[in-house]
Write a protein that binds this ligand. Structure first.
Ligand SMILES: Nc1nc2c(ncn2[C@@H]2O[C@H](COP(=O)(O)OP(=O)(O)O)[C@@H](O)[C@H]2O)c(=O)[nH]1
Ligand SMILES: [Mg+2]
Length: 426
């Protein structure tokens, strides 16, 4: 999974990015997990408890609890994640995050970083549009001060949300419109299928898949569009189609950042025509840094934290930490992690599955407990999951064993959230 952070300059994209990609170092073994200056790994919580809880409970009920010692920091978790980490049976899974900088009005015509930002966007499964919920920046990202009237906050937010949609739509329209008439006529003998393959051809470079295209064609027809003679679609109709394609290829969720400086956040949530998650990116960054320096214990996503050892802190530090705590508790969360999880689980409909080599002890060949947790689409079959683990495992798939029921399951079994599965393959 790859999620792109988009928005005009100065809204807090890089802050959001750094805060999310700064892992819980003690446990994750991923210090600052940046693959590229603007690509990093963030961690989301599985919606269900890690199955290592079941293993522990079973062992304890059979008087074998001592077999699974757990450190103070792991809070009971006994699994050995190869990627991500697990605390208190809360499994954190990696997702890729991309900080897509340089998006300003006119980018599709080459302004700002121009089309370079589009390369960053390509192949993202979804986008987070970060906008400034404090209204403190203009459309170019110039800082205007935090003392904005409610009316300007609303107006700037609407303008911001609109410009980005327009920019992406124009970009996709541009890709489509080049050679439209000739291209669509060439495939006319194949009817709707030909049209779909024409669209896929045009857009596969930015990560479009045939499901996106087919869904869009259905959307288009449902809204009264006609695809029987696509070469005769006029510019307005092509633009409309581009917008629908953008919706399917890049679903957008909204982060209203700097909400600590936004007056009347409740009203803003009602007055904007899009749903957004209020975010406090710089608070999240400060919390993760303090946690990394072992000043506080903070589990990302939680609504509070504890200060480790006050004797080391000066008065200024204590006061700052208390202020951070008040702010966090007031908002109930920095918004960052819930937003990422909303995308993965509600928008992209992913479930978490745990492939193992031994269906009884839930370990791999090196005795590591539940080493892997994979995100797969809600309706994936067991065989599709096998492919996700390894191509060889998918190609040679024979059957699988369910780790809980110990029943044999076939290639067509639809995997469920939290399934532990042993795959037999040639
Ligand atoms: N008040 C407030 N300021 C923030 C927040 N997040 C980021 N900022 C500030 O906004 C400015 C721009 O942030 P940056 O991440 O560089 O924005 P980018 O240009 O979108 O990458 C910096 O001064 C940040 O400290 C927040 O949640 N609240
Ligand atoms: Mg930046």
């Amino acid at each position: 999974m790859k999620i792109g952070l988009v928005g005009k300059p100065n809204v807090g994209k890089s802050t959001f990015f750094s805060s999310s990609t700064l892992a819980h170092v003690d446990i994750a073994n991923y210090p600052f997990c940046t693959i590229d200056p603007n690509i990093g790994i963030a961690y989301v919580r599985s919606p269900m408890k890690c199955p290592c809880l079941q293993l522990r409970e079973k062992a304890e009920s059979e008087g074998r609890g001592h077999q699974y010692p757990s450190s103070e920091e792991r809070k009971g978790s006994i699994c050995h994640p190869r990627t991500g980490f697990c605390i208190g049976h809360q499994r954190f899974l990696p997702v890729q995050l991309v900080d897509v900088a340089g998006l300003v009005p006119g980018a599709h015509e080459g302004r700002g970083r121009g089309n370079a930002f589009l390369a960053d966007l390509s192949h993202c499964d979804a986008l987070i549009h970060i906008f400034d919920a404090s209204g403190s920046t203009d459309i170019e990202g110039q800082f205007l001060g935090f003392d904005q009237s409610y009316q300007s906050i609303v107006e700037r937010s609407i303008e911001d949300i609109q410009f980005l949609q327009d920019e992406l739509d124009s970009w996709i329209f541009q890709l489509l419109s080049q050679g439209w008439s000739r291209g669509t006529r060439r495939v006319q003998s194949e009817g709707e299928r030909g049209f779909a393959s024409f669209l896929l051809d045009k857009l596969s470079g930015i990560g479009a898949q045939s499901t996106h295209i087919n869904q869009t064609i259905q959307d288009f027809i449902q809204q009264g569009g006609d695809v029987s003679t696509p070469w005769s679609l006029n510019e307005v109709e092509q633009k409309n189609l581009a917008k629908m394609l953008r919706n399917r290829i890049f679903p957008i969720v909204y982060a209203g950042n700097k909400c600590d400086k936004s007056s009347n956040l409740q009203s803003l949530m009602q007055d904007l025509h899009v749903q957004f998650t209020p975010c406090l990116s710089d608070l999240e960054l400060a919390l993760r840094r303090a946690s990394e320096s072992k000043i506080i214990d903070y589990i990302p996503g939680e609504n509070t934290f504890s200060i480790r050892d006050r004797s080391d802190l000066n008065d200024g530090q204590k006061k700052a930490l208390e202020q951070m705590k008040t702010l966090l508790e007031k908002h109930g969360s920095t918004g960052i992690l819930p937003l990422l999880e909303h995308i993965i689980f509600d928008i992209l409909h992913q479930v978490v599955v745990y492939p193992v080599q031994d269906e009884n002890y839930w370990v791999d060949g090196e005795d590591r407990i539940l080493p892997d947790a994979f995100l797969v689409s809600l309706d994936s079959t067991c065989k599709e999951m096998a492919y996700k683990v390894h191509t060889d495992l998918g190609d040679g798939f024979i059957r699988a064993i369910h780790g809980v029921t110990k029943r044999t399951i076939g290639a067509d079994y639809v995997v469920q959230n939290n399934d532990v599965i042993k795959i037999h393959s040639k």
